[in-house]
Design a protein around this ligand. Structure first.
Ligand SMILES: [Zn+2]
Ligand SMILES: [Zn+2]
Length: 199
């Protein structure tokens, strides 16, 4: 422990006080950036609660300062990581994960979801498809068209027996001109496996 003579201590204290007074006079009238409880990020323009003097939100600061290297698959990954996001999602998902439920999951609205990463409706981040869609697609031997959806006849959302499912379509012609409607109807029938002939 270093002991300071009391005279020195008093002098140091006076200096500190006059320093802060001078600073206060200089800055006191302007509001400090730390006085605002919410700041708007300079980069992504989202509001955030600041914990430092950064003008960017923590996410943007992290993006700017992160260092990247290459994963063994060729994707970009953060320095210090073992694998990139894409490799991590396949490494930690599926039967190796303790939370694996056999590739079935329940949608918040009560529908059954099935894991099927090869299906055109899935992506790396969301590998699940509605089971009722898969059941119907197997029945009609093709993928659903964008305007088609499946109706549960008895209203029970997880009753995915084929006899409970109905293929609905909200597709409709753009205009009301008769020629356009007929052309559209022909195309529609052909989409659904009918052969249309003119006579
Ligand atoms: Zn930001
Ligand atoms: Zn990778």
């Amino acid at each position: 422990m270093v002991s300071i003579h009391w005279k020195t201590a008093c002098r140091n204290r006076r200096r500190r006080e006059s320093d802060s007074r001078r600073l206060h006079e200089r800055w006191g009238k302007e509001k400090s950036i730390m006085d605002y409880p919410i700041r708007n990020c300079k980069t992504c323009e989202k509001d955030f609660k600041p914990s430092s003097r950064h003008l960017d939100c923590p996410v943007c600061v992290g993006k700017r300062t992160a260092k990247y290297t290459s994963c063994s698959c060729g994707n970009r990954m953060q320095v210090g990581s073992v694998r990139c996001r894409v490799c991590a999602s396949s490494h930690y998902s599926g039967p190796v994960n303790g939370n694996w439920r056999g590739g079935r999951s329940r949608h918040t609205k009560g529908y059954v979801m099935v894991r099927n990463s090869d299906h055109p409706r899935t992506s790396v981040g969301s590998p699940y498809v509605f089971e009722h869609i898969l059941v119907m697609e197997e029945q009609i031997e093709r993928f659903l068209l964008p305007k088609e959806n499946i109706h549960h006849k008895n209203g029970i959302k997880d009753d995915n027996r084929i006899e409970n499912l109905e293929l609905w379509s909200s597709a409709q012609p753009a205009g009301q001109r008769v020629d356009d409607k007929i052309a559209w109807a022909k195309e529609y029938l052909e989409q659904h496996g009918f052969h249309v002939t003119n006579y």
